[in-house]
Write a protein of this length. Structure first.
Length: 202
């Protein structure tokens, strides 16, 4: 399953023009101030970013029960239910969206697993650049359980995985979303991959 961001097609999440990011932040500020129209005005600004996030997470899967558009719509509904949240900027908003997508995919995976009891487990692998998982319900649940274990050691490591893997954010964007330095993100990403490898290999 391909998990990289195609540099020849859609823009990477890390290549958004500064003016666009600034406009998103301005709408988030208005939302925090109580503007009832701000959330709806966000959609055209972030929709393609969310679609790229969804496509990156789903890879080249076809014929599944949930496509990129459906995943974006499900995530948007969850975000809308919490539209008065204290989202500070574009990176923070996308990190929250990545968590929503993860929850949706895990929920779907668990439902599929319940419908197909007795299926064999498939190994989840990690490479140098990104955590990768085969498109099977058992893989997603295995990864989710490993992330649960990781959270007991250091919750920030899970947030880094959510931002870097589920959202496809750069080190710099992840640092902004989590309020830490890029160096800390880099160190946490290496540590998280190592711990997850050990857990998944267990």
């Amino acid at each position: 399953m391909g998990t990289g961001v195609d540099g020849h097609g859609d823009r990477s999440l890390r290549e958004v023009e500064p003016v666009e990011g600034h406009e998103i932040t301005m709408h988030l500020v208005a939302l925090r101030a109580g503007d009832p129209t701000a959330f709806d005005q966000l959609l055209p600004l972030v929709y393609e970013m969310l679609r790229r996030m969804a496509r990156r997470r789903l890879g080249d899967r076809t014929g599944g029960t949930l496509g990129a558009t459906e995943l974006v719509h499900e995530a948007w509904m969850r975000l809308a239910a919490n539209a008065r949240a204290e989202w500070t900027d574009r990176a923070h908003f996308l990190s929250v969206a990545s968590i929503a997508m993860r929850q949706i995919l895990i929920g779907l995976a668990r439902a599929r697993a319940r419908a197909k009891r007795g299926g064999g487990l498939h190994r989840v692998t990690l490479d140098e650049d990104v955590v990768t998982a085969e498109d099977r319900a058992s893989d997603l649940m295995e990864l989710d359980e490993a992330l649960g274990y990781l959270a007991t050691l250091d919750p920030r490591l899970v947030r880094v995985v959510e931002c870097r893997f589920f959202a496809g954010l750069s080190e710099e964007e992840t640092a902004l979303a989590l309020g830490v330095t890029s160096r800390t993100v880099r160190r946490d990403w290496v540590k998280a991959r190592s711990l997850l490898r050990e857990r998944l290999a267990g």
